[in-house]
Design a protein around this ligand. Structure first.
Ligand SMILES: NC(=O)c1ccc[n+]([C@@H]2O[C@H](COP(=O)([O-])OP(=O)(O)OC[C@H]3O[C@@H](n4cnc5c(N)ncnc54)[C@H](OP(=O)(O)O)[C@@H]3O)[C@@H](O)[C@H]2O)c1
Length: 301
């Protein structure tokens, strides 16, 4: 945890407003998933504050519209249920139809530590929502990225809490064993591997792809944690956890700051480049995940 400021000039306590201070995003278009609460809602607010047009994605168009209205932002509300490949593809088509290039795609939505195995389309739910939904979205919108467009993928420090080998390719359904945190960690490792693999695929184009760990922040994400853990979190929150404006800082920094315009394939925490796990730095694993995800995408139709 970088309590002091790092080489970027920002650190653990920096807020989204602070890291975007003086950056004029007028005319820029930023697409954001999970805009309806937590870090997404704060990211929406700050991007709008700096002048960006936010293409706000939520499970329903109504939720996206409400999130924009909450901050008096005009933006473009769109439905994108990441657990429904059809909804993601419709969303991709609507963004393509608008024809306007995207300066940033921020893959922020997520679910965490579902207590029991939940599945859809034969996949464990966190793998489906956190990873596959975003994979479909980003690969579908890749050609819509502006010349210096940036992809920002929300991961977590828990990406290192994964089964041996990183991704359990023989158990993507969760049926051969399920643990709430292991499944969450695996989905967040997948986010990180995709960010890095995409960076390799975008090399030389001026477009970038990075992953960020936002810190530990009390948001709706903990809704599935048991009562004891939640109670403990409430007690320590003011002492050890980031608040939401601090939690949204790293994604806002990586999505907009001129200092990282050309930085790609990195993992950020506390608004600075950080070290990810060994599995996360394995290009062979990243490429394998990319191919498996493409095949799954084809199967999901
Ligand atoms: N908070 C932390 O401590 C922490 C730590 C590390 C990483 N992260 C990452 O940060 C990101 C944001 O989390 P947060 O803390 O802001 O959590 P949050 O308040 O629970 O927000 C999550 C967002 O994801 C959306 N979402 C969930 N399922 C979806 C689906 N099927 N389709 C579309 N959207 C869906 C939610 O929409 P609804 O409102 O409709 O449910 C919500 O807007 C996540 O990727 C998370 O993994 C958070």
């Amino acid at each position: 945890m970088l309590k002091r400021r790092g080489p970027s000039g920002f650190g653990y306590q920096s807020t989204a407003e602070e890291v975007t201070q003086g950056i004029d995003l007028t005319g820029r278009i930023c697409l954001l998933t999970g805009c309806s609460s937590g870090l997404g809602l704060e990211t929406l607010r700050v991007l709008h504050l700096r002048g960006a047009h936010v293409v706000a994605l939520a499970r329903t168009e109504e939720n996206a519209r409400l999130a924009l209205a909450r901050h008096g932002a005009e933006g473009t509300p769109l439905a994108c249920d990441l657990s429904e490949p059809g909804s993601v593809r419709d969303c991709v088509a609507r963004v393509q139809d608008r024809g306007r290039r995207l300066d940033a795609i921020i893959c922020n939505a997520g679910i965490m530590a579902l207590p029991r195995l939940e599945q859809k389309y034969g996949l464990e739910m966190q793998f489906l929502v956190n990873h596959m939904g975003h994979f479909l979205l980003v690969t579908g919108l890749r050609e819509m990225l502006a010349d210096k467009g940036r992809v920002v993928m929300l991961t977590s420090a828990l990406h290192s809490r994964t089964p041996r080998g990183g991704i359990d390719f023989d158990n993507l359904s969760g049926e051969r064993g399920y643990g709430p945190w292991k499944a969450y960690g695996q989905s967040k490792l997948a986010n990180l591997l995709v960010a890095k693999e995409l960076a390799r695929r975008l090399a030389g184009t001026g477009r970038t792809s990075n992953a960020v760990h936002p810190g530990v922040i009390r948001t709706g994400l903990s809704r599935h944690m048991n009562v004891l853990a939640k109670g403990g979190m409430a007690v320590v929150a003011p002492l050890f956890l980031k608040n939401v404006p601090q939690g949204a800082a790293t994604q806002c920094y990586v999505a907009t700051h001129p200092a990282v315009e050309a930085v790609t394939g990195e993992y950020f925490a506390d608004c600075n480049i950080a070290r990810s796990s060994r599995d996360a730095s394995d290009p062979v694993l990243a490429e394998r995940l990319w191919h498996v995800s493409k095949e799954l995408a084809r199967r999901l139709g």
